[in-house]
Design a protein around this ligand. Structure first.
Ligand code: BGC
Length: 766
């Protein structure tokens, strides 16, 4: 048939009618699916005994060989709802557990399997603080997707990740697990990671349900001491600490984990304001709330419960629905229901949620969906994603200093590679390395060797142990890190001798991975043990000195950074770390990372973060005066500010141009800048957009990140960058805990770090 104009217009009309109908149909289908799910869950619930219901709320730990008979029998008797699996649990073992649930238990309700896939499963990516340093949402998303592919193929249905705790205290070892100090950046990453882990539909066999943790305020433990008290204004909590969780839920996160800690005096696991008022009522969260490991039991130590029954009661009543590895939740609930202290309705609502989670994961339909047999040894090379690991790692490295362009290095130079982390395949994987194997990690020594030209030489000496205390390794990392028992002077002398023969000295210093981990807080943030002395001795050789840092938190390295000609922050960079670092050192990749966290000069400055309030007496380094808010014994600036990171090329940024300087309420703003690569190499940089609300009913930060864009420019290339500020970017939490926008003047700042910015302003009209 000929397509006459009349016919074309009829097709167009039908098409647009269909397009209008599509969302309606999708909505109807969603309602239908929800109704099916509700019907299914209700009918199952109606068949369950009290003991079976309580069993569903229990998550038990499966060890590396999860098949002891007692556990299988407990599962078969319907007393376990889910398993927390060790990263090394074999698939055959997990299948045996699932067999017990779906073949032997009365109602054949499948288990779900959860584990800590924090920055990779078999292929280990940089720790999350490192990934955040990339400011590259695409790369971070891809890493999470890979982690989901590998973890689901290893039998997992859920990961206890992402960790979305904002932290401004590098003494806290878990700062390494999160994405840094800034609410906006962490929120953007949160949404990206959730979508990547869970995929388009949770029921798919390669979708891994996310459990956003730790709700909430864990990153603000006093003194940075793990598990300590968090106490902060509700205004600060709502404005700065909660938005990443809200972003995670908006992206569809299936579960949330409560924090082990107390918040403003009430332990998170028994905190109905957090778990009910905010999570359920305000945010309308429809997913599962799981306690952290043993958190229900710990309510007794927190002093809000007398015994196990009271602990279980407090947790369930507040909104905790499933308990991870504690003795009391399951045990106590049965008698609490019998005594009438917990109503059957309360219990049912938690059980309904667990069943709904399993339904969403597609487990009723196919309990072995993520437990397919025959995929061979877990970590076979073909089951890894090394190319992306290398790419992600390169993007995570932050060039903090590069005096006289000592970097990049020549591939032909004789290098002396020194340091306890230089040939260390264990620590480079970082904490929470899941199924990643040290034997498969590339050390810096291996990376440099493969990156060097055939005529080049690589000298190596360990130079020092990470710490003086050999026990620290057993406790903080593992005993595969060889402690060199020779005297420190001998190790140092060997290193100096190697350095003297080299053109350039590359020294890899930092922490054992266990030092930046759960339960691993520090009061000093210097290079531990003899490492500082080693660096000073190497400085004494007069050779160009490149400091490669491997660590899980900002370190206080004021002097060390002066001794070194170049400083490259590499965090714990994962399976391909050594290759990625070599790529940057030799210039095969131009570094583009930017700090997601402030580096203080001294522990005494902590908490030090870029988006602080101005105070009534701000200190102005250009005009120092008495009685200002400052320390007298230190330069008040950070050592390296949030957003800092150098490149082998240089970029210029124009002052920002605004789409309007007078905004009506509810209007957004376009901010345009011209960015130019002024150097001779192609490179990426991150344009950062900050705002300041000059006057409001509560004091506003001197700067707040509200947008960024990472772009690649070839030498001499210029690009117009437009960043969009939605109307919501101007809102804040007022004294009544409401998000409001108040009229008045705002500054708009753009720069390549948080300190050096160009400013313009606009007025938001009443
Ligand atoms: C940690 C959680 C972790 C859980 C299971 C707890 O001690 O706080 O982050 O997911 O253990 O390993």
């Amino acid at each position: 048939m000929k397509k006459t104009p009349a016919r074309l217009s009829m097709i167009a009309t039908r098409l647009s009618a269909a397009l209008v109908l599509l969302p309606i149909l999708a909505h109807a289908a969603a309602i239908d699916m929800q109704a099916n799910k509700d019907r299914f869950v209700d009918s199952l619930l109606a068949q369950m005994t009290l003991q079976e219901k309580v069993g569903q709320l229990r998550m038990e730990y499966a060890g590396a060989q999860p098949n002891p008979q007692a556990m299988l029998d407990t599962i078969a008797s319907g007393q376990v709802g889910a398993m927390f699996t060790a990263p090394t649990a074999s698939q055959a073992g997990l299948r045996e557990l699932q067999d017990a649930a779906v073949q032997r238990s009365r109602l054949r309700i499948p288990l779900f399997f959860a584990g800590d896939v924090v920055h990779g499963q078999r292929t280990i990516f940089p720790i999350n603080l490192g990934q955040a340093s990339s400011w590259d949402l695409q790369a971070i998303g891809k890493s999470a997707r890979v982690a989901a592919l590998e973890a689901t193929a290893d039998g997992l249905d859920m990961t206890f990740a992402p960790m979305l705790d904002i932290s401004r205290d590098p003494r806290w070892g878990r700062i390494s697990e999160g994405y840094g100090e800034d609410t906006y950046l962490v929120s953007r990453i949160a949404g990206t990671v959730i979508r990547a882990l869970q995929g388009p539909t949770l029921g798919a066999s390669d979708s891994l349900m996310a459990c956003a943790k730790h709700f909430a305020g864990y990153g603000a433990v006093e003194g940075g001491r793990d598990y300590n008290t968090s106490d902060m204004s509700e205004r600060r909590l709502v404005e700065e600490y909660l938005p990443p969780f809200k972003a995670a839920l908006d992206a569809g996160a299936g579960a949330v984990m409560t924090a082990l800690t107390s918040l403003n005096g009430v332990p998170a696991t028994a905190n109905s304001w957090l778990l009910h008022d905010i999570l359920r009522q305000q945010w309308q969260f429809k997913g599962l709330v799981i306690s952290d490991h043993g958190a229900v039991e710990e309510l007794i130590a927190h002093g809000v419960a007398e015994d196990g029954n009271q602990a279980a009661l407090a947790a369930l009543a507040a909104g905790t629905q499933m308990s991870m590895s504690d003795r009391y939740f399951a045990r106590g609930l049965t008698s609490l229901v019998k005594q009438g202290q917990v109503t059957e309705q309360q219990l049912d609502s938690a059980v309904r949620q667990v069943l709904a989670t399993k339904y969403d994961l597609g487990l009723f339909e196919a309990p072995y969906r993520r437990l397919q047999p025959g995929s061979g040894p877990d970590n076979e090379a073909r089951r890894q994603h090394r190319a992306h690991a290398r790419d992600m790692a390169r993007r995570s490295l932050v060039l903090l200093k590069n005096h006289d362009e000592v970097l990049p290095l020549s591939r032909h130079a004789t290098l002396a590679l020194i340091g306890p982390l230089a040939d260390n395949a264990v620590d480079i994987l970082g904490s929470w390395h899941a199924n990643g194997e040290a034997e498969q990690a590339v050390t810096l020594r291996q990376g440099l060797q493969s990156g060097q030209a055939a005529d080049a030489r690589l000298l190596y000496a360990k130079g020092a142990n990470i710490s003086d205390n050999p026990q620290a390794f057993a406790l903080l990392a593992d005993n595969r890190v060889n402690f060199d028992p020779r005297p420190a002077e001998t190790l140092r002398a060997e290193a100096v001798a190697a350095a003297q023969q080299a053109d350039v000295v590359v020294v890899a210093l930092g922490e054992a991975r266990g030092m930046s981990h759960e339960g691993a807080s520090r009061t000093e943030l210097n290079l531990p043990g003899q490492q500082r002395a080693l660096l000073r001795a190497l400085k004494g050789t007069g050779k160009p000195l490149v400091l490669v840092l491997m660590n899980g938190r900002p370190l206080t390295i004021s002097e060390e950074s002066q001794w070194a000609d170049a400083v490259l922050e590499t965090w714990f960079s994962g399976s391909e770390g050594g290759n990625a670092i070599a790529d940057v050192l030799f210039g095969a990749y131009n570094p583009s990372g930017k700090l997601p966290v402030t580096f203080p000069r001294s522990v005494g400055q902590i908490p030090l973060y870029y988006n602080h309030l101005n105070t009534g007496r701000p200190f102005d380094p250009a005009r120092p005066a008495a009685y200002r808010s400052r320390y007298y014994d230190i330069d008040d600036t950070p050592l390296y500010p949030f957003g800092h990171g150098l490149s082998y090329t240089s970029f210029s940024v124009s002052s920002p141009r605004l789409s309007s300087t007078r905004l009506q309420a509810g209007q957004g703003l376009q901010v345009q800048v011209t960015v130019r690569n002024e150097g001779m190499r192609a490179g990426e940089t991150v344009v950062q957009l900050y705002i300041r609300d000059r006057r409001a009913s509560v004091s506003r930060p001197v700067k707040e990140l509200k947008g960024f864009d990472k772009l690649l420019l070839s030498p001499g290339q210029t690009r117009e960058v437009t960043l969009h500020l939605p109307a919501s970017a101007f809102s804040f939490v007022d004294r009544n805990l409401r998000w409001v926008v108040e009229p008045g003047w705002f500054d708009v700042m753009v720069g390549l770090d948080s300190q050096t910015v160009q400013t313009t302003s606009f007025e938001l009209m009443p």
